[in-house]
Design a protein. Structure first.
Length: 159
């Protein structure tokens, strides 16, 4: 079953790159008591994700934060080393938390896994965005072929 607006996010964890290497971070640490914009991409370094989706959140960082958002987080079914390298390549710095869902476990918990084995990419996560307040999905956008549906402009009503 796919997560929807009004649902509480399932418990889970991700890997992030810390000062001393990879570390685990729980969903409670990310979402509890905070307003978070979470967006997901099918793969780091892929054309749409790298050239449009992630950059939409970087470009609109100040506008998104001005809406009371505590954290902007990007999730992908990639390992922590790839997510760290992608963040560095795109100049994310501390603006966007790069969440590695290495085996796609969290994408599956959300019901948003995406089978791309026929393209040689394995099982990934769908492109989506959500605004989460204290662990509850307040707004949910899923991309069905157009990144604009889950870019910063649509997610945070910046148009």
């Amino acid at each position: 079953m796919t997560i929807k607006q009004g649902d509480t996010l399932p418990a889970g964890s991700f890997k992030v790159m810390g000062a001393e290497g990879p570390k685990e971070i729980s969903t409670d640490e990310i979402f509890k008591g905070k307003t978070v914009v979470l967006f997901s991409v099918p793969g780091a370094f892929t054309p749409t994700c790298s050239n449009q989706h992630l950059p939409s959140y970087l470009k609109n960082y100040d506008k998104v934060k001005a809406q009371g958002v505590d954290t902007i987080a990007c999730m992908s079914v990639n390992d922590v080393f790839v997510m760290d390298a992608w963040g560095k390549d795109k100049g994310v710095g501390s603006k966007i938390m790069m969440l590695a869902d290495g085996s796609g476990d969290y994408a599956k918990k959300l019901g948003l896994e995406f089978d791309l084995r026929d393209k040689g990419l394995g099982v990934r996560g769908k492109r989506f965005s959500m605004i989460v307040k204290d662990g509850v999905v307040e707004k949910f956008n899923i991309d069905e072929g157009k990144y604009e549906l889950s870019g910063a402009e649509a997610t945070c009503s910046l148009n």
